[in-house]
Design a protein around this ligand. Sequence first.
Ligand SMILES: Cc1cc2nc3c(=O)[nH]c(=O)nc-3n(C[C@H](O)[C@H](O)[C@H](O)COP(=O)(O)OP(=O)(O)OC[C@H]3O[C@@H](n4cnc5c(N)ncnc54)[C@H](O)[C@@H]3O)c2cc1C
Length: 427
Amino acid sequence: MKTLTRRTFLHASALSTAAVLGGPSLAVHAATPPKARVVVVGGGYGGAIAAKYLRMSDPDIRVTLIEKDSAYVSCPLSNEVLGGERDLASLTFDYRGLTRRGIAVMQDTVIEIDPAQHVVKGAGGNRYNYDKLIVSPGVDYDWAAIEGMSEAVAERIPHAWKAGKQTQILRRQLEAMEDGGVFYIVAPPNPFRCPPGPYERAAQVAHYFSTHKSKSKIVILDAKDAFSKQGLFQAGWQEHYGDMIEWVSGAQGGIIEAIDPETRTLMGSFEEFRGDVINLIPHQKAGALAQTAGLANESGWCPVDQRTFESSIHKDIHVIGDACIAGAMPKSGYSANSQGKVCAAAVVAAINGDAPPAPSYVNTCYSIIAPEHGISVAGVYRLDDGRIVDIPGAGGVSPADADARTRALEQQFALDWFRNITSDMFT
Ligand SMILES: Cc1cc2nc3c(=O)[nH]c(=O)nc-3n(C[C@H](O)[C@H](O)[C@H](O)COP(=O)(O)OP(=O)(O)OC[C@H]3O[C@@H](n4cnc5c(N)ncnc54)[C@H](O)[C@@H]3O)c2cc1C
């Protein structure tokens, strides 16, 4: 193992950034000794924002972002890839914008965190010293929750709950499916990444089926008895796709206990279902790194001080995004963005010996039901007795009786939201 001295840091950074990002910004770090070193792990919706806002708030702090992939593929709008409305390239972003801001972006997989020594260890042997660490590793899957499921089986029975290769596998299976086939979506129990996601996915695939294989059916087998924006989804499904989408609640037998991937058969508590294509979205927990670093509790998620996102388990380590327990906030990209900003402000304050500023948090989740039909749920949150709570009346869902123009506008807002938030992250 190599300790990341200034010399090796610059060398490693130069190699990685040259290969991945092409932007020389490290002179910024070399010229002046940093006030403090903050390492951010995970360059997704939470981590990229935290790194950028730290750097913007206090240029004297050295910010290192460690991300295992050379480019980021966004889950938001990836259901549109399944619906045939866009390709993955339109969801893919590199880290050059963050490098230009003076952030040292390292392509590396973090395999260990040593909270006592304040060191993060990379798979290639690099060691990154930190004064404050921010971790935003996303989610991992509880494969054991459904018998017969595993990471290897997910190559054939895709979850497509991380955008990229998994999305492509599922799209190809849907393309290859014969007209008249049955597509099953197995929706997970709460809490999970993107509560409206499975139901938007059903709509997007129905859009594809209705134009390419209209005799086909979509059945959602749900572990739950209710879901996000349920009334709006069910009305939108009916309006655009008639009876093509069927939703089976947990109480009606939607809970899946096992799968036989060879025969593509799902075993529920009451009956079995044989599908032509199956999208099994597994039970979820905080990303693997959060588990190995001992940042998660028995719930599988990471408890934090909800004012600063500092771990309740390890000092000077903050956890944001899907991996953390954030009171009333759903696990979404917008929540992760909001948490990244609150966390960055708290870390900068701590480094400068100030109290953390009063936090405010926000989330909006758009879902696209058809090319001119969008719906949304929004929430604004505050801290109350150490817990993030909803501010009554500050958010809400789209009106049930909205006219066609409003639905079309909301679909446009969904695309605008995506352009804005990814620009916030990567430029
Ligand atoms: C189909 C679908 C649709 C969605 N639509 C929306 C939407 O419309 N709006 C919305 O707000 N949210 C949406 N989401 C949810 C959103 O994608 C997540 O909530 C968001 O990505 C969470 O951000 P994060 O930073 O916690 O994790 P991620 O964005 O997943 O980022 C985690 C990053 O950490 C990296 N990483 C993990 N472990 C390591 C390691 N050991 N070393 C180095 N790097 C590591 C990963 O490579 C990844 O880049 C959707 C999700 C899905 C699945």
